[in-house]
Design a protein around this ligand. Structure first.
Ligand SMILES: Nc1ncnc2c1ncn2[C@@H]1O[C@H](COP(=O)(O)OP(=O)(O)OP(=O)(O)O)[C@@H](O)[C@H]1O
Ligand SMILES: [Mg+2]
Length: 358
């Protein structure tokens, strides 16, 4: 970071540190820059990430690579049907010498918790994460134990139609800031993957490139990113429009609104900007909103996807301050790495000047 004190937040520090972390993860996960960027946005938005895809496409590798790159405390929980809630949160054990109960913290007491195959655990065990993820504390025997920040759950799961799984309940899904899928790599990336694995497992040489204090400072810096009153209203309109869609049984929650705002700020900071533009909201809406939407039976029969419905909403809700003919977004601009890319200086100035809500 540029300052001497790693605890003083600066938006300008986010871009170089993020580039370092992205570069580190790309050594492990080849050809998936968009997924890596969303994972980082989720971290900086102080959220949790759900990685959902078929077996063998690098879900666990992404979670492990991000966790190791941060230099924070990391734990990993392999979810199985016989896992108990106390295997996650910890237990109180009787201490004969003191005649009292001592709390033994479980694996959830870490900065990054990798929950592998979360949908293989029974609902009771899955629900052990509810309080941790939302309130960042664990209550056992009437005592609350706070979790220290940064705290991020990265959960992986295979699609629910596979055997031996318990679909995540809506309240649990709602706690994840974003959901991503990785998909198969293209042939060039798959060839590069073979080369990476030729000599040795690339994980053996993966070193941390950040620290917990640095990540905390970056999260603080993201909170300072400017978001105009019009853009905040735009987010509320986008989220509430999902609640009116006839194809949905359940639209996005107010929690989704807060998380979309945080994610948009984090994306702006990651692109080197200290202000949010509509493109940030539009880029983050699909990964932040889709997994919370519950389709009607008819919509499922019509093979509609939540992502399509989010795109429909984005196309319908008017964008504030939209220029008469939008400047073209450069190739790789959506989620791309350079500051203020794809936006004219005039438009950038407009967003910087736009008023803050008190
Ligand atoms: N895009 C990729 N780049 C580099 N390596 C990859 C990629 N996709 C898969 N792999 C490699 O494939 C192997 C399996 O990856 P991983 O265990 O992360 O998959 P997974 O999605 O977690 O699978 P499962 O659902 O079965 O747990 C690892 O050795 C990983 O390095
Ligand atoms: Mg896995």
């Amino acid at each position: 970071m540029s300052g001497q004190d790693p605890c003083s937040p600066h938006v300008a520090d986010v871009y170089p540190v993020a580039q370092r972390i992205v570069g580190n993860i790309e050594r492990i996960l080849v050809g998936k820059p968009e997924a890596i960027r969303t994972a980082l946005v989720t971290l900086l938005a102080e959220g949790h990430l759900l990685v959902e895809d078929v077996p063998g496409v690098g879900k666990t590798s992404l979670a492990k690579a991000l966790a190791r790159s941060l230099g924070c405390t990391v734990t990993r929980i392999q979810f199985t049907p016989d896992l108990l809630p106390s295997d996650i949160t910890g237990v109180s054990v009787f201490n004969r010498s003191t005649g009292d109960f001592d709390f033994r913290p479980g694996p959830v007491f870490a900065n990054v918790v990798v929950g592998d195959e979360i949908n293989r655990a029974c609902p009771k065990t899955q629900s052990a994460l509810l309080e941790c993820m939302e309130e960042r504390q664990v209550t056992i025997d009437g005592h609350s134990h706070p979790l220290t920040g940064p705290f991020m759950v990265i959960a992986t799961q295979n699609p629910v139609e596979m055997e031996g799984t318990y679909p995540l309940p809506e309240a649990q899904r709602d706690r994840f800031t974003a959901r991503i899928s990785l998909g198969y790599p293209d042939p060039a990336a798959e060839l590069a993957m073979i080369d990476e694995h030729a000599a040795a497992d690339p994980f053996t040489t993966l070193e941390p490139v950040s620290t917990a204090a640095e990540v905390r400072a970056l999260c603080q810096a993201v909170r300072l990113v400017h978001m105009s009153a019009d853009l905040r209203r735009y987010v509320v309109e986008v989220v509430s429009a999902t609640r009116r869609l006839p194809e949905l049984r359940l639209g996005a929650s107010p929690r989704a609104t807060l998380q979309l705002i945080r994610a948009s700020r984090a994306r702006a900071a990651l692109a080197g900007r200290d202000f949010v533009v509509p493109d940030d909201v539009q880029a983050m809406a699909p990964p932040v909103l889709s997994h919370r939407l519950v389709l009607t039976a008819q919509a499922l029969l019509d093979r509609l996807s939540p992502e399509e419905l989010v795109q429909e909403v984005l196309a319908d809700v008017p964008v504030p301050y939209a220029p008469p003919s939008p400047p073209p977004i450069k190739a790789g601009g959506r989620g791309g790495g350079k500051p203020t890319e794809g936006r004219s200086d005039r438009l950038a100035a407009l967003w910087r000047r736009s008023p803050q809500v008190p």
